[in-house]
Design a protein around this ligand. Structure first.
Ligand code: AMP
Ligand code: ZN
Ligand code: FE
Ligand code: FE
Length: 291
C-alpha cells in the first residue's frame, strides 16, 4: 500500500515531515509523498527521513488553482524543491496568503471577534497560515464547534470573513510543476466539477497544457467516482494516483494509508508514476515493484 497525498505542519497538518514518514512506515506504506499546500519547505527533511527509513519517498506539492467555479487543486509529484522558478512563484502565492490573512483578521474584528494574529499563527506550527488555522483559533476561543462550523459560519466562500487570495491559473500551475521537473496531477477532481461529462471535457482540455495525471483514490470519492476517475485516466492516458489527504490530528477522521474504510491505494500505481518522472529530482529510494 502507498499514500501519495499527505500534509505536514508545512501547511495545515499536525505532523512534522519526519513524523509523517514514521507514521507511514508504521502503517505499512511502501511509498509516500508529501503534498503540502503551496509550499515545499517540508520536502528536504521528508525525503531525508524516507531515505533513512528505507521507504520510497516522493516530493510533492498541492496548489489551489484559480478557476471560475468549483475548487481545483493540482498536485505536483517529483518536483525539484530547489527549482528557482518554483521558489519565485511560491513566494508570490505566499505573499498573497499573507495579505489575505491580514484582511481575514480585519473582517473578524469587524464582526466583533477580537482573535489575535498570534492566536491564529500559533495554530500553524510555524508553517504557511491558511483558513484552517483561523478555524482552529476560533474553536480554541469557543466561537466555533468544529473546523467545518467555522467555515460554514465565517470562513467559507460567501461567508462574512471570506477573502479571496491570489491563485495561479491552471496553465501557470501546470507549467510551474512541469518546469520544476514534476508531474501535474488533478487532485480529487470532483471538487472542481461534479458532473462527469463536464469534468471529463475540462480535464481533456488540460491535456494539451501538460496535465499528466488524475487522483482517483481519495476519501472524498465513493466507489462510483473512483471508478469514473479510473475510466477517465484510461481514456485520456493519464497516470493514476491516490492518497488519504492525511492531516494528522487536524483531520482526525482520516487514517494514513486509507482512502475509504479499509480501501487502500494499490502499489501497482507506482511504476507508471515513476516512469512519468524521468528527472527523478524529488524521488528517493526504490521498491521491489519498480522494475
Ligand atoms: P486556504 O488555502 O487558506 O484557502 O484554505 C483551504 C483549506 O481549507 C482547504 O484545503 C481545506 O482543507 C479547508 N477548507 C476549504 N473549504 C472548507 C470548508 N467549506 N469546510 C471545511 N474546510 C474547508
Ligand atoms: Zn489541507
Ligand atoms: Fe485538496
Ligand atoms: Fe490535500
Amino acid at each position: 500500500m502507498i499514500d501519495l497525498h499527505l500534509h505536514s505542519i508545512g501547511s495545515d497538518g499536525s505532523d512534522t515531515p519526519e513524523a509523517l514518514v514514521t507514521a507511514g512506515v508504521r502503517a505499512g506504506l511502501r511509498a509516500l509523498a508529501i503534498t503540502d499546500h503551496d509550499t515545499v519547505a517540508g520536502v528536504p527533511s521528508f525525503l531525508e527521513t524516507c531515505l533513512r527509513e528505507r521507504v520510497l519517498g516522493l516530493s510533492g506539492i498541492e496548489l489551489s488553482v484559480d478557476t471560475p467555479s468549483g475548487s481545483m487543486h493540482l498536485l505536483g509529484y517529483g518536483i525539484d524543491p530547489s527549482a528557482p522558478s518554483l521558489a519565485l512563484a511560491l513566494r508570490q502565492v505566499q505573499e498573497g496568503r499573507r495579505s489575505r490573512n491580514g484582511k481575514i483578521l480585519e473582517r473578524l474584528h469587524h464582526l466583533g471577534i477580537s482573535v489575535s494574529w498570534e492566536e491564529v499563527a500559533g495554530q500553524s506550527g510555524g508553517g504557511e497560515v491558511g483558513r484552517p488555522h483561523f478555524a482552529r483559533a476560533l474553536m480554541a476561543r469557543g466561537l466555533a464547534d468544529s473546523v467545518q462550523d467555522a467555515f460554514d459560519r465565517f470562513l467559507g466562500r460567501g461567508r462574512p470573513a471570506y477573502v479571496e487570495r491570489f491563485r495561479l491559473d491552471p496553465d501557470a500551475a501546470i507549467g510551474l510543476i512541469r518546469g520544476a521537473g514534476g508531474l501535474p496531477v488533478v487532485a480529487h477532481p470532483f471538487s472542481w466539477e461534479s458532473d462527469y461529462e463536464v469534468l471529463s471535457r475540462r480535464i481533456e482540455a488540460l491535456l494539451a497544457r501538460g496535465l499528466g495525471g488524475i487522483e482517483a483514490y481519495h476519501p472524498d470519492h465513493d466507489l462510483e467516482r473512483q471508478v469514473a476517475c479510473l475510466r477517465l485516466a484510461k481514456k485520456l492516458g493519464l497516470v493514476v494516483t491516490g492518497g488519504s489527504d492525511y492531516h494528522g490530528t487536524c483531520k482526525p477522521h482520516v487514517t494514513i494509508g486509507r482512502v475509504r474504510g479499509h480501501c487502500i491505494v494499490p502499489d501497482d500505481l507506482l511504476a507508471p508514476l515513476l516512469a512519468a518522472l524521468p528527472a527523478r529530482a524529488g524521488v528517493v529510494g526504490t521498491v521491489s515493484s519498480e522494475q
